[in-house]
Structure formats: C-alpha cells, structure tokens
Design a protein around this ligand. Structure first.
Ligand code: HEM
Length: 415
C-alpha cells in the first residue's frame, strides 16, 4: 500500500484562517501524511505526537524544528529549542530554577496585583481589546523577569515574526527574516551586564556564563528563546480564552461562580482547542514506522499540535466543543512534551489565571463587541485584536454548583 500523501497547502492564508477541516482530513488519512508541497510528513493525531515527543533519540529537534535549512542552520542552531541531548540539557538547566513552580508561586501575589490593576484599567469604559489587555499583562511580567522593566516595547514588536521563520520559504518567511534579525539585534543592545539586575533571567544567564556552565556566545540566543517563547504564545492563548468565554456565556458563568477552581482549566481548554503554536518539526535520525507508515532516516516530520487538540480519538465526539470542565484538559499538546516540554507552563498558568480571576471578580457578562481580527502566521494562531464588552457588577457568591466530580486522568500527561 502506498503511504498517505496530500496536496494540502498547509501554510496558505485560506488554510491558516481555518485549518481544522484540513486537520480532520489528515487525521483520517493516516498517522503520517506526506505534504507534497513541502516534502514533510504531517503528524496529525494526538497519540502519535505524544509518543514522538518522548523519543528525541529518533526524532531530533536539531536541524529539524523549523521547515527550512536556512532557519535550522543559520537562525536556530545552538538554541535550547533546536538542540538535543547534553547541549539541550545544559541550556535548559540555566533558567530552570527561575521558572520552576516554586519560583512562580513566590511571584503569584505580585502577578495577581498586576492583573487586578490592568483589568480595572482596561475594562473601565465597559469595552476593551482582549489582545491589548493580555499583551500589557504579559509584556510587563516578562520584561520585568528578564531584567528589562523599562525597556521599550518596540524591542519585542517583531516577535511574531520570529515564529514565521519556522515555516516554509513563503512570503511570510521572507518578510519575517529582517524583523527577526532586528529583535535579536535589539536584545544584543539591551541585554548587557550593566543594564540587567542579578536577580533576573538575564542575570542568571550571565551568572551561568561566568561560572563556565555555558559559553558567552550562548547568552543572547538563550535569552531570545525565552523572550520569544514567552510573550506571543501567552498573549494569544489568553486572548483566545477570553474570546471563547465571550462566545460561551454559560462557560463564563461557570467560571465566575468559582474562579479559583475554573480559571486555569478554562485556559487549558482554549489552548487545547486553539494551540497558539500550531506545529513544530523534528528530523528522523533513523528509519522508523509511525502508525504503520514507514519513514526513512533524514526525513522531516511536522507535529500538528493544533490538530492533536481536536482529535476525537483522544477527546471524544465533542472534541470541537469548548467546555472548561472537560476532565484532564491540561493533557493537551499545546505545550509540546518530552524534553522540550514548554519551560514556561507555570508562568503562563499564573498570568492567565490571575487575569481570568480579576475579570471574574469585576465582570458579570463578557460579550464580543465586534469581529476579532485573526493573525495569519506560519506557526502562531490567535488574534491581533479582539474587541469585548463587559457589564461591570459584583461577583455572585460561590454556589459550588459548577463543580464536576474529579476524574482520574489517563496516563501520558505532558505535565
Ligand atoms: C500559552 C503559552 C505558551 C505556549 C502555548 C507555549 C508552547 C510551547 C511549545 C509547543 C513548546 C515546545 C517546542 C517543541 O515542541 O519543540 C514550548 C517550548 C518552550 N517554551 Fe513555551 N509556550 C508558552 C509559554 C511559555 C512561557 C511563558 C515561557 C517562559 C519562559 C516559555 C518558554 C519556553 C521555552 C524556553 C521552550 C523551549 C523548551 C526546550 O526546548 O527545552 N513558553 N513552548
């Protein structure tokens, strides 16, 4: 039998605008489907992606995380995202203490205060842009943690472009190259020893250089991976969650009745449905079978995180439904898995949880106030603007009615 293949133009605007029917088609075609236009194998099903992520010896990030050789060899080489084995572990270790759940718990109160202030400020008129609120929250937090509290936001304005360069050599890729280079250049200018406090991500990176744990030349690529990875992803994920809640008033009321319980599950449910990073690549170091499809060493695969979240084999017949009480929805693959599992999950959860709780305390109703504007990016999914309207009233007392009985999660969690 010949291997499944498809002429799907995965990175064309038309598909990016609504990729889910195409993902469904790919999942139906096979465990690995050759995308003829790009010469890469799409992996559309949750179970296969989860297994691949845990097997970095066969499915390498180095040389394969982006679709073009230019991006893999000249832009990403040596970064935490695009390295494997000992080099990856060495880079990942540098910031693990700063990003560990314990460090994040210590930050939680400050982040909650920031969320309350920003929510009050943004919702004062009864109308706000969910993306602007999310961006304000995330940029303030990340720039402070990075050690650049007063930095010009323009430093990061090109950050979505850094995700376009992971895609195929299309017009978006061409436009993104100079913007991505400018972001790195700006980081070189701003992230210097004299400007950043010792108690910051960048301070920790310089400390690792001084201790001989990493090379001086690793410092900025490592910092850029963290700034790029932490901002647009969380902004898009949080703004999308607000849009979903505005589109599903009954879900907003469930959250409002018990925000402590449902804020973070609501965030995970929107990440499952609308993964901010829709896919990443891997390179095969040896020949292997994926669900009965034979692939040779040297071939590239594209892990469709956005498709995994809609896979009815994993999520059931209502996989396309937004339900914040869905059991174990944190087991989605929007944060990847295995050794490259997102390093910022606790930070993303704390920020999103704080904003959702602050909104729940202040807004009785949340509705769309216009059509959200979609971002078209080779990797990212989300909105560049999402106008919402709120009705400001006190929060009702918790009724406990919203609670679902706890259900045991299946094995194989990515967290
Ligand atoms: C909703 C928010 C976020 C999403 C959806 C997200 C998504 C992801 C995904 C899918 C990966 C895996 C890459 C792969 O498969 O190769 C990843 C890795 C990573 N993420 Fe996140 N991320 C988010 C927030 C953050 C934050 C807040 C940080 C802050 C530090 C962060 C830092 C990183 C880093 C450093 C990596 C690379 C890890 C490695 O290669 O070892 N991310 N993220």
């Amino acid at each position: 039998m010949s291997a499944p293949s498809s002429s799907l133009p995965l990175f064309d605007d038309r598909v990016l605008a609504d990729p889910y029917p195409s993902y469904g088609g790919l999942r139906g075609s096979g465990a690995a489907v050759l995308l003829e236009e790009y010469g890469v194998w799409a992996i559309p099903r949750h179970a296969d992606i989860a297994a691949i992520l845990k097997n970095p010896d066969v499915f390498a990030s180095e040389g394969g995380v982006a679709l073009t050789a230019l991006a893999n060899q000249e832009i990403l080489a040596g970064t935490v995202l695009a390295s494997d084995g000992a080099q990856h572990a060495k880079l990942r270790r540098v910031l693990s203490k700063q990003l560990a759940p314990r460090a994040m718990t210590a930050l939680a109160d400050r982040i909650a205060v920031r969320a309350e202030q920003l929510v009050t400020q943004h919702t004062a008129s009864g109308r706000f842009d969910a993306v602007a609120l999310a961006r304000h929250m995330v940029c303030d937090t990340v720039l402070e943690l990075m050690g650049l509290p007063d930095a010009d936001r323009e430093v990061l304005a090109g950050a979505p472009a850094t995700f376009d360069v992971f895609g195929p050599h299309n017009a978006r890729f061409e436009q993104a190259l100079p913007l991505a280079a400018r972001v790195v250049q700006a980081l070189h200018e701003h992230l210097v020893r004299e400007k950043v406090p010792a108690q910051s991500w960048m301070g920790a990176i310089f400390e690792a250089v001084d201790a001989g744990q990493i090379a001086e030349s690793d410092a900025i690529p490592l910092a850029s991976a963290y700034t790029a990875a932490s901002i647009d992803t969380t902004v898009l994920g949080l703004a999308d969650c607000l849009v979903q809640l505005a589109q599903h008033p009954e879900q907003w009321q469930i959250l409002r009745r018990d925000p402590t319980r449902w804020a973070v599950p609501a965030f995970h449910e929107s990440l499952r449905l609308e993964a901010p990073i829709q896919g990443f690549g891997r390179l095969l170091t040896q020949a292997t079978d994926i669900g009965g499809v034979h692939l040779d060493a040297g071939e590239q695969i594209w892990l469709l995180y956005g498709s995994a979240g809609r896979d009815d084999r994993r999520w059931g017949d209502d996989a396309d439904t937004f339900d914040i009480r869905r059991p174990c929805n944190h087991q989605h693959l929007a944060f990847g898995g295995g050794p490259h599992l997102c390093a910022g999950i606790p930070l993303a959860e704390i920020q999103a949880g704080a904003v959702l709780r602050a909104l729940a305390a202040r807004c009785a109703h949340l509705t769309l106030d216009g059509e959200p504007v979609r971002v078209l990016n080779n990797l990212l999914r989300g909105y560049s603007a999402a106008p919402l309207a709120v009705e400001l009233t006190p929060r009702p007392a918790s009724s406990g009615m919203s609670a679902r009985p706890a259900e045991a999660c299946q094995q194989g969690s990515v967290t």
